[in-house]
Ligand binder design. Structure first.
Ligand SMILES: *Cc1c(COP(=O)(O)O)cnc(C)c1O
Length: 280
């Protein structure tokens, strides 16, 4: 195994690589390449994301995704279903954005009929949409295709909307779930985020954000003393987090993750059946 890392990582990161007994190769770039190596095991994930994408190591994927949306459409209105994570509404307050809450179906999915009514009431402003790939309480997955179709039917062309997919919870499970809606940059989405401290079990909060290269350029600025570009909100990030993620990805591998997802689903069905047997 070879770990790729930038030249300016901290001495303690090097210590961790030593204790993991991995070969370290230094490169003239920042840590995002560590992720590219890690994501290699996710053959299908890679195939799904064939658009011109870039990867940033981020904390609070929602904050990043919505910020990119607002930079692209400074006067855009943020739409999110009521079951969206509270960080979406926090981001709206932080960025002083108009935010419209959309109703949910019983399943917790976004109600596209209500979404359409609200879009039509605000036709003059671009739309920034948070699409949930697994809500926190019900695990609902919004129908991305229907969201896009609703936007188009309401007269929003692709240059008038930005979609952020919040995959914090299910992002890493979706590639292994049969008949799951496909989240791919072949569709008109702007970004996807996944948490590293949930399904992956990384001991410190961290996340991965995938977005299009053109959006990265909107956000980045040259940082002279780092000799690199910064496209994150916080600037400094935890250098160990990518290593933990990389280690988990490589240890479990594609098959390992697939097995774990299947086990989670089996357990969920088992619980549902037992609850039903008990008359609930
Ligand atoms: C946990 C969670 C978040 C927040 O992700 P962080 O990586 O902790 O910032 C966002 N959305 C959903 C659905 C979540 O479950």
């Amino acid at each position: 195994m070879v770990l790729w890392g930038s030249c300016n990582i901290s001495p303690s990161t090097i210590l961790v690589t030593r204790s993991l007994r991995v070969t370290m190769v230094y490169i003239q770039d920042n840590l995002k390449l560590v992720f590219l190596t890690g994501l290699h095991v996710f053959g299908r994930l890679r195939k799904v994301n064939t658009g011109a994408t870039s990867l940033i190591v981020a904390r609070k994927g929602i904050f990043m995704g919505i910020l990119v949306g607002r930079e692209v459409f400074p006067d855009g209105i943020l739409y999110a279903s009521r079951d969206s994570h509270y960080s979406v509404f926090k981001a709206a307050r932080m960025y002083r954005m108009d935010c419209v809450k959309v109703d949910c179906l019983v399943s917790g999915e976004i109600d596209c009929a209500d979404f359409k009514v609200k879009l039509l009431a605000n036709k003059d402003k671009p739309a920034i949409i948070n699409v949930n790939i697994g809500t926190t309480v019900k695990g609902a997955v919004d129908d991305l295709d229907l969201v896009i179709q609703t936007l188009e039917e309401s007269g929003f062309s692709q240059d008038r909307f930005y979609i952020h997919c919040d995959g914090a919870l299910f992002g890493l499970m979706m590639p292994f779930v049969k008949r799951a809606p496909k989240v791919t940059f072949q569709k008109p989405i702007g970004s996807v985020s996944v948490s590293g401290h949930k399904f992956m079990g990384c001991p410190m909060p961290c996340g991965v954000q995938l977005t299009r290269m053109k959006h990265i350029n909107v956000l980045s600025s040259n940082v002279e003393y780092l000799a690199s570009r910064d496209a994150t909100i916080m600037g400094s990030r935890n250098g160990h987090a990518p290593i933990f993620l990389w280690y988990t990805l490589n240890r479990k591998g594609y098959k390992g993750f697939q097995k774990e997802v299947q086990k989670c689903l089996r357990n969920a069905y088992y619980l549902k059946d037992r609850l039903r047997d008990a008359g609930h």
